[in-house]
Design a binder for this molecule. Sequence first.
Ligand code: KG4
Ligand code: ZN
Length: 334
Amino acid sequence: MLVLALETSCDDTCAAVAEDDEVRSNVISSQAAAHARYGGVVPEVASRHHVQLVTPVVRAALADAGAELEDMDRLAVTRGPGLIGALLVGMASAKALAAPARKPLVGVDHLHGHVAANFLSPDPLDPPFLCLIASGGHTLLAGVHDREGFEVLGRTLDDAAGEALDKGARLLRLGYPGGPAIERAAAEGDPGAFKFPVAMTRDPGLDFSFSGLKTALLYATRELGSEETERRRADLAASYQAAVVDQLSGKLERALRDDRWNAVALGGGVAANRLLRERTESLCHQRGLRLKLVSPELCTDNAAMIASAARYVTPQAFPDYLALDAYATKRAAA
Ligand code: KG4
Ligand code: ZN
């Protein structure tokens, strides 16, 4: 099955062509530079960039795949969750491409997309598995029983893990995006130097919370003063990163006590974090489970993962999908 997919839920304009589980093209136009000076994604700026970039990105995805729109069996587009203005650009574009060609269209849940990145070649992963998705916008522990959807086992009650890292990096004047900046600074620091709270440890469930951590860092920097904060920056970064990773891996470990899973998959930008990877590797090793880490371009936002999920969602025919709406926050299930 040949699928052309669009993904514009945040600050990357993405289009991809996949043939069954093979990625034929995967074009990602990052807007990171446009948002860097604000220290985070500005929704209005993101929408305007998507408008400019979506057509050239779709053309590039078709050209890279050596395919034409006519060849597609279906089109797919992210419906949500995400920035509503950004999502609407992708949805309007997908409808405008699909309708004149009379192609079926699939509205895909973004988080189902992150899960479905694991179904792509090489080494597609078969359910049942646990999938931890941690990015700037989402923190979700998903139980994947089949390819059609996932069970939400836990999610963040406030900030996402990547958002906590981005906000922490801003407080420490480390730049944006914060995750890699904190990771670099942390390499020179002592993770035990500061005791930041690891939230939700006494909570019996699998939800996450990161907003208290950011406040704890703010208080620590105020207490230290700007000169001392500057001098202890590596220790602060290492301790802060450790608190984020401790919470993520702690909940993962708790979820793994239930013996339903054959493998663990990591997704989202935070999955690039070396400490998180090492912790997850050792958790899997202890339990004899497979650890699936997709390539970096399939791990962060991309449209190949949307094409992958689209194989397992019933498409809508023209003109039914013209009424398809975007959603900003998570619906019950994918
Ligand atoms: O998946 P992604 O590229 O975009 C979305 O947010 O959807 O994730 C970006 C997030 C940012 O918060 C960034 O700081 C974080 O992933 N990130 C990292 C690392 N690389 C990116 N966090 C920790 N360690 C990293 N190496
Ligand atoms: Zn994402």
